[in-house]
Write a protein that binds this ligand. Structure first.
Ligand SMILES: [Zn+2]
Length: 558
């Protein structure tokens, strides 16, 4: 077993040990999985009991159920790697030879791993591989012939989850008695033990693969997502899955989602119509408008309708209209009894990321993403205009302080201090916002940024975001726009809704803000806690550090 090979990833003083002789051709299991190719596992406290700075193979004790859980992953065709911080090497508490003996013992007890990635450094070394830096995750993905976004990392502390998110991978926290409560609060995905984490990884993987194709050919599919821009964007992968199985896709959206709908690949035609029972500030139900919508939908010639909703919305009122429009095949997620309104009633446990929740509904309706289309958010290239002139080279930082829900917006005074700190650190900052946010963007940008408030529509914002080094933003549409453009996000995430469901999807991310604040899981539109403490406590230096973790260097000064 060779673990002394230097990885080409090496930057600064980073040294990554890898079992390079085992990575093989880099081919992945067949048939190709939709979500994950590989599972990365932290070592101490996750695979084996934590014995601090252990150099003795005799002290290796697997956690309960580890062998069987890992064998389930192997049987499912997933590749396995260990990603572990071993600062005991830097500190001289044990030798590389002792560590390799420990790893040989781990493999004796738990079976073979496809790669071992070890950070031998201390925090003081400032390397790129010590978790929560993402270096080990990137190196593991490369060793396994895949990308970080197709990996899920299981670990027992916040550093593990942080490294996963910073690389754009999924992260599962399996707490132990030493895991801090704030780390548990901040994690988007928590499992009770390793076997439970493995069961949920396999369940999510399975849930987006149809067990049967559609019952009959689908010429025209109607897909529905009736809320705001961010909601429409996170439904994108599922809409592409439906598009792969249908000749024509018609999207029914509401006025708040229309601009995002224009940006989605796979959509052939858009019908815009408000559905009052979905809106947070609903207008009255106008019988004439509903009759006209029903007639319009009836004229589309729909073979199959797939109604996408958030967990707190009901698909059933629209399903009734679709039935009245003569549509036979309707699929939706519904915990409420649907009677004869749905012919595919799908159910999803809580905590699943919105894009996967929607993909699982598409799968229940018989559709999956085709090979070669990753389950990431995407934008139509032809719908994004050229970037406005005069913004300088790419690589700037976009700060978007606002949100349609004020509970999820960054307080202007915090945003102002962030602009100051970023500017001091050498970043060029563009401050963006809608027309109604111009007073805020002007005030925030006055600290050293460029004010673009109210200057673009959503497509124009997409063009600006696409050339950013990173976007600093709350839980709001532009966070998903950044994810769709593949641009890293510093997420100032108010915990009013679960991060695991609504965090930026499959894009390198650092989460900031108090995840345990009292607004947690309230779904409040305006902050119920005086002082908006979940975000008002964000230290601007944390944003500077987050950009460093995401390898975003001071604004294009190269
Ligand atoms: Zn390191």
């Amino acid at each position: 077993m060779r673990q002394d090979q230097e990885d080409p990833y090496q930057r600064r003083s980073a040294q990554v040990y890898a079992a390079a002789d085992r990575a093989g051709s880099g081919s992945v299991a067949s048939p190709r999985q939709v979500l994950y190719d590989a599972v990365l596992l932290d070592r101490d406290g996750t695979l084996i009991e934590d014995v601090p700075y252990n150099g003795d193979p005799e002290k290796v004790r697997p956690v309960p159920g580890a062998r069987a859980a890992l064998d389930r992953l192997r049987a499912a065709g997933l590749r396995l790697a260990v990603v572990t911080n071993q600062s005991g090497l830097a500190r001289g508490y044990f030798t590389g030879e002792q560590m390799r003996a420990v790893h040989a013992r781990v493999e004796e007890l738990l079976g073979r791993f496809d790669a071992w990635l070890v950070c031998p450094h201390d925090d003081a070394d400032g390397c790129d591989c010590r978790k929560p830096a993402p270096g080990l995750v990137y190196a593991a993905a490369r060793e396994l012939g895949t990308t970080a976004s197709r990996c899920v990392l299981v670990g027992d502390i916040g550093r593990d989850v942080g490294a996963a998110l910073a690389a754009g991978a999924a992260g599962v926290l399996v707490p132990t008695p030493v895991t801090r409560p704030e780390e548990i609060a901040a994690a988007g995905w928590v499992a009770t033990d390793l076997p439970a984490a493995v069961a949920e990884i396999l369940r999510r993987q399975q849930a987006v693969q149809p067990s049967t194709p559609p019952t009959a050919p689908v010429r025209t599919a109607l897909v529905v997502r009736s809320d705001s821009a961010g909601d429409v964007l996170v439904t994108g992968p599922a809409i592409r899955a439906v598009a792969a199985g249908a000749e024509r896709v018609v999207l029914l959206c509401g006025p708040r989602g229309r601009a995002a709908a224009n940006l989605l690949p796979g959509v052939d035609e858009i019908i815009e119509h408000p559905l009052p029972w979905i809106d947070p500030t609903p207008g009255p139900v106008d019988p004439e408008a509903m009759r006209s919508l029903t007639a319009r939908l009836g004229a589309v010639g729909v073979d199959q309708a797939v109604v996408f909703t958030s967990f707190h919305q009901s698909a059933l009122p629209l399903a009734l209209l679709l039935r009245m429009a003569g549509i036979d095949r309707i699929a939706a997620i519904s915990d409420d009894y649907p009677g004869s309104l749905l012919d595919i009633r799908h159910r999803v446990p809580g905590g699943v990321p919105e894009p996967e929740r929607a993909l699982s509904l598409a799968a229940a309706a018989g559709h999956r993403l085709p090979d070669g289309d990753e389950p990431v958010l995407r934008l139509r290239r032809d719908a994004v205009p050229p970037r406005p002139a005069g913004l300088g080279d790419p690589g700037y930082v976009v700060l978007h302080p606002g949100s349609a829900a004020s509970s999820r917006a960054c307080p202007p005074e915090v945003a102002t201090r962030i602009v100051g700190a970023l500017t001091d650190a050498g970043h060029r900052v563009l401050v963006t916002g809608g027309r109604d946010e111009r007073a805020v963007t002007a005030r925030v940008a006055a600290a050293g940024g460029t004010d673009l408030g109210g200057s673009t529509d959503l497509a124009g914002l997409a063009a600006i975001v696409a050339d950013a080094g990173a976007v600093v933003v709350g839980n709001t549409g532009p966070a998903h726009l950044a994810a769709a453009a593949g641009v890293p996000v510093v997420s100032l995430f108010a915990p009013t809704v679960p991060f695991g469901q609504w965090g930026p999807y499959r894009v390198p991310t650092v989460r900031l803000g108090d995840a345990a604040a009292p607004c947690r899981d309230t779904r409040a539109a305006s902050c119920p806690v005086p002082g908006h403490p979940c975000l008002s406590g964000v230290d601007p230096d944390e944003v500077v550090d987050a950009l460093r973790t995401l390898a975003v260097s001071g604004g294009g000064s190269q």
